[in-house]
Design a binder for this molecule. Structure first.
Ligand code: PMP
Length: 392
C-alpha cells in the first residue's frame, strides 16, 4: 500500500539532529539545547488564586466557546503593554493566537503560495522556517552583523525579489543568534518595506527580557503605513504552557488572520485567556518579569565568563544583552553536528546551527541556551564543552 500525502509533507521532516537531541532528555546530560523558560520561576502559587478567581467570577464564560478575536479585557491589557515597545495599537487590531507560533503559521497561510519568496535573517528561528516551509516558499537569507540584518544586503534582496511576500525578523535577542537590531536599522527596515511594498513580520518573544541597556522601540513603532505585523507572546514572560500569544496589525491584515484562525481552531482557550488577564490584573507582572531578567541575566553572564575561560580562542560567540541564547561560531570547516556527537559522550548538549539556515551551509555554528540551567551546571557543562572544543 502506498499512501499519497500532500507535497508539503516532503518539506516537513524530522531531522537527524532531532533524533540526537532526544538523548539530551537523559537526566545525566547537561543540556543547553532547549529554549525553555526556567520552570522554577513559574508563578504557581499565584496561579492557584487566579484559577479559582476566574472560575468563581466568570466560570461559565471560561468554559464556553467565544469570539475568534479573543477575550477583550486581555486584548486591552496587551494594547496597553505594547506601549512599552513604543506601539500605539487599539485592542480591536489585536487577535489572540495560540502562542506566537500560531501567528507564524498563519503568516504562511495568509501570504504564501508555492514558490513565493520569504526574506529572512541568516540564521533565523527554526520553528518559523518550518512553519513557512509547509507553504512551499523560497527563502532569501540576509546576512547579519552585531546590529542585526545588514540593510544594504536587504535592499539588494528586495531589488532582486520585488515580489517577495514578507520580510521575517526577530529584532530583539534573536533566536538563535542573541543579536539585537539597532534603532537605525529598525527605522531603515520599515523605510525599505514601504519603498518595496513588502510587509514585515516582526516576531518578538524576547523584547521584555532585557538584562541591560535601554529598550529599543519595536520595528512596529516606526510603522505609519500599516506594513508591520507584530507577533507577541506571554510564553517567555509568564507561561508557555498556557499558549497565549497575539497578532497586532492593521485592521485589514488582522481580518485576514481572523479568517484563517476560524478555519484552524475557531478561537484560543477561553480559560487560558482569562487566566492570563487575571494574572496581570491581580499580580505585578513587571515585578515577575524583573525576577526572570535577574536570574537569566546572571546565568548569561556566568555562561559567557566560563566560555571566555574554557573555550579555545579561535571559537567566537555573541554576547546577548537579553533573551535566552548565545550563538557560537567554530572555525570554518568544523561541523557542529559532529562536535555534538563528541559532546554527548561527555554528557553535554547543544543545537548545531545548520538547520537555522534555510538554504543550508554554515554548519560551523551552534546555539547555547542559558535560561534553563542552574549556575553550577552551567559552569560544569561549559567546562566539559570547552574540553571537547580543545580536541578539535
Ligand atoms: N518565535 C521565536 C523567535 C521563538 O523563539 C519562539 C519560541 N521558541 C516562538 C516564536 C514561539 O513561541 P510561542 O508559540 O510559545 O509564543
Amino acid at each position: 500500500m502506498s499512501i499519497k500525502y500532500a507535497k508539503r509533507m516532503e518539506y516537513i521532516k524530522g531531522s537527524a539532529i532531532r533524533e540526537l537531541l532526544k538523548l539530551t532528555e537523559q537526566p545525566e546530560i547537561i543540556s543547553f539545547a532547549g529554549g525553555l523558560p526556567a520552570p522554577e520561576l513559574f508563578p504557581i502559587e499565584e496561579m492557584k488564586e487566579v484559577c479559582l478567581k476566574v472560575l468563581d467570577t466568570d466560570g461559565k464564560a471560561a468554559l464556553q466557546y467565544s469570539t475568534t478575536e479573543g477575550y477583550l479585557p486581555l486584548r486591552k491589557i496587551i494594547s496597553e503593554r505594547m506601549r512599552y515597545s513604543g506601539i500605539e495599537i487599539p485592542a480591536d487590531d489585536i487577535l489572540i493566537t495560540s502562542g506566537s507560533q500560531q501567528g507564524l503559521e498563519f503568516s504562511g497561510k495568509v501570504f504564501l503560495d508555492e514558490g513565493d519568496t520569504v526574506i529572512c535573517e541568516s540564521p533565523s528561528y527554526l520553528g518559523a522556517l518550518n512553519a513557512f516551509k509547509s507553504y512551499l516558499p523560497r527563502f532569501v537569507e540576509v546576512e547579519m552583523d552585531n546590529e542585526g540584518m545588514k540593510m544594504d544586503e536587504l535592499e539588494k534582496a528586495l531589488e532582486a525579489n520585488p515580489n517577495a511576500k514578507f520580510i521575517y525578523t526577530i529584532p530583539d535577542f534573536q533566536n538563535p543568534s542573541g543579536i539585537t537590531m539597532s534603532f537605525e536599522r529598525r527605522k531603515r527596515l520599515v523605510e525599505l518595506s514601504v519603498k518595496y511594498n513588502v510587509p514585515i513580520v516582526e516576531d518578538n518573544p524576547y523584547g521584555d527580557l532585557r538584562f541591560e541597556g535601554e529598550r529599543i522601540p519595536a520595528v512596529k513603532h516606526f510603522d505609519t503605513a500599516g506594513m508591520v505585523i507584530y507577533l507577541g507572546t506571554f510564553s517567555k514572560t509568564f507561561s508557555p504552557g498556557l499558549r497565549v500569544g497575539w497578532v497586532a496589525a492593521s485592521p485589514e491584515i488582522v481580518r485576514k488572520y481572523v479568517l484563517v484562525k476560524q478555519g484552524a481552531d475557531l478561537q484560543c482557550n477561553s480559560m487560558a485567556q482569562r487566566e492570563t488577564a487575571a494574572f496581570v490584573q491581580m499580580f505585578d507582572i513587571d515585578k515577575h518579569i524583573n525576577k526572570i531578567i535577574e536570574v537569566y541575566g546572571r546565568r548569561r553572564t556566568l555562561m559567557i565568563e566560563t566560555m571566555e575561560k574554557e573555550f579555545p580562542k579561535n571559537v567566537k560567540f555573541t554576547y546577548p544583552s537579553g533573551g535566552l541564547f548565545t550563538w557560537v561560531e567554530l572555525p570554518e570547516g568544523v561541523d557542529a553536528a559532529a562536535v555534538l556527537k563528541k559532546a554527548l559522550e561527555e554528557k553535554v548538549a547543544f543545537v548545531p546551527g545548520g538547520s537555522f539556515y534555510p538554504n543550508g551551509g554554515n554548519e560551523n555554528h551552534f546555539r547555547l541556551n542559558y535560561s534553563c540551567m542552574p549556575e553550577d551546571k552551567i559552569v560544569e557543562g561549559i567546562t566539559r564543552l570547552g574540553k571537547v572544543l580543545k580536541t578539535l
